[in-house]
Design a protein around this ligand. Structure first.
Ligand SMILES: Cc1ncc(COP(=O)(O)O)c(C=O)c1O
Length: 456
């Protein structure tokens, strides 16, 4: 490694200090007009290079104006705040720069990933036949689940492509990756059936059953149902047990997309939310959403390792030259040069233990409940959320939620988004930053109320 790396790491440390102090002091970045960016920060790339000092100054300005997703005023996305131990692990992963394809190039990192998969499989009571990988996020995990289910139903697809009338099912509230993935794996977006949800946002299992039966009558081949554990807007959980029974009757693959709220598998208090998860054929969750590992960290498990291998293994003599396939993780993943996403999550898990992670998860639910109580106790608010959700959806004084969220952002006050369920549009506050306290939640409401008073 170049000795120059020491200088650049010193620069990194210096910048890191500035970023952390700025984040803690301001909690939000000043919005910059997108069309001003190129000139304002010297982003333009030129023929000649620049000095180290100049580069450092430019990096600092860009970093300080980048949205602070770890700030106490960021509630916009389903991630927020980073765990310092996970950051340590991820920085090491960058420095070591392995690809997780083979044991030869990743060494002990392979066993870190395998250990994570083993422990997650244990938490959801999968049998010893389980297999898994750590893809680039929830969308990719969902994609892999769809491919494995398709190949299980029609193994000839792997060689010949899909020529059957395959259809699959997901709730109207599921993540958009489910619909998008349909085209990537040759099923087609018109062959996705969106099942109605109830007022909480949970899939209505009777509607699912009815739609499947009607499809079968019409000559379609149902092969996959996606049940969501924590829908993106409402944070609702589909009835996994009921859906499992329907899937079993029709020999359909059941995938549980826990990208958002799947970390609840660590919690003893909220175990009821994952009832029936052991019956699923595959499961994913994103530690980068609720546990504070840097983007992206996703864990994808299948009940039967053979299914994952059948879909994702391929001959490549130039790559797989040593060791057992069980340790050559590229035979179970989409990518070849796959980033080491295991180390950051392993570092966090090793440092805090399963019990420590369980406390983090419970803290998210405590704060969600606290926020709902605040809203219920104040007549200026209307609440749309239910118990057991990490999304707190509400309106304030009947103000248009789009206007409110956009103005809060444009005026550098808060970052929070809006969503829709049925005919209601609302602000969506999310409780996912486990470093937040009740004071931070109260401050969120205070900033919103004061801004509204003075500006809307
Ligand atoms: C329920 C659900 N599934 C999948 C995803 C996609 O995850 P990723 O952003 O890691 O691709 C999200 C993201 O918000 C989600 O809420």
């Amino acid at each position: 490694m170049s000795e120059k790396l020491f200088d650049d790491l010193n620069t990194f440390n210096h910048l890191a200090k500035e970023i952390i102090l700025d984040c803690n002091k301001k909690g939000i970045s000043k919005k910059v007009k997108p069309t001003d960016l190129l000139k304002k920060f010297g982003i333009e790339l030129n023929n000649s290079g620049i000095s180290d000092n100049h580069l450092k100054e430019i990096l600092k300005e860009i970093a300080l104006h980048t949205p602070k997703t770890s700030g106490k005023l960021f509630f916009n996305q389903l991630f927020g705040g980073v765990n310092s131990k996970a950051v340590l692990g991820d920085l090491l992963a960058v420095l070591l720069n392995n690809s997780m394809a083979t044991y030869k190039i990743a060494g002990p990192m392979v066993e870190l990933e395998r250990e994570i998969l083993r422990k997650v499989a244990h938490l959801i009571s999968y049998p010893n036949t389980f297999g898994g990988t750590m893809p680039t996020g929830g969308s990719m995990s969902n994609f892999m689940a769809l491919v494995v289910a398709r190949d299980k139903k029609r193994p000839k697809t792997i060689q010949d492509g899909n020529t059957d009338r395959l259809v699959f099912y997901t709730s109207e509230n599921s993540h958009y990756s489910i619909g998008k993935n349909a085209s990537f794996c040759g099923i087609g977006r018109d062959n996705v059936r969106y099942i109605d949800t109830n007022e909480k946002g949970e899939m209505i299992s009777e509607k699912l059953s009815h739609t499947i039966q009607s499809d079968i009558k019409n000559g379609f081949i149902p092969f996959f149902v996606n049940a969501t554990l924590g829908t993106t807007v409402m944070g609702a959980t589909d009835p996994i047990n009921k859906i499992h029974k329907i899937c079993k009757n029709h020999n359909i693959w059941l995938h549980v997309d826990g990208a958002f709220a799947g970390s609840v598998i660590f919690s003893k208090k909220h175990k009821h939310l994952i009832k029936g998860i052991q019956h699923s054929d595959s499961f994913c969750f994103n530690p980068h959403k609720t546990l504070g590992t840097p983007l992206s960290t996703s864990v994808f498990l299948v009940k039967n390792k053979k299914d994952l291998y059948n879909s994702f293994s391929h001959k490549a003599d130039y790559l797989y030259q040593t060791d057992d396939n069980d340790y050559n993780l590229g035979q179970f993943s989409f990518e070849c040069g796959r980033r080491n996403n295991a180390l950051k999550f392993w570092t966090l898990w090793k440092s805090f233990g399963t019990e420590g992670i369980s406390e983090m998860v419970d803290q998210n639910y405590i704060l969600a409940s606290f926020a709902r109580d605040y809203i219920r106790s104040n007549s200026n608010y209307t609440l749309y959320s239910f118990e057991g959700s990490l999304s707190i959806c509400f309106n304030y004084k009947n103000i248009d939620p789009k206007l409110l969220c956009t103005e809060l952002y444009n005026n550098n006050k808060l970052m929070v988004g809006y969503g829709k369920h049925k005919e209601n549009e609302f602000v969506r506050l999310v409780s996912i930053n486990r470093e937040n306290t009740k004071e931070d939640i109260l401050n969120f409401f205070k900033v919103l109320e004061e801004f509204t008073e003075n500006n809307l």
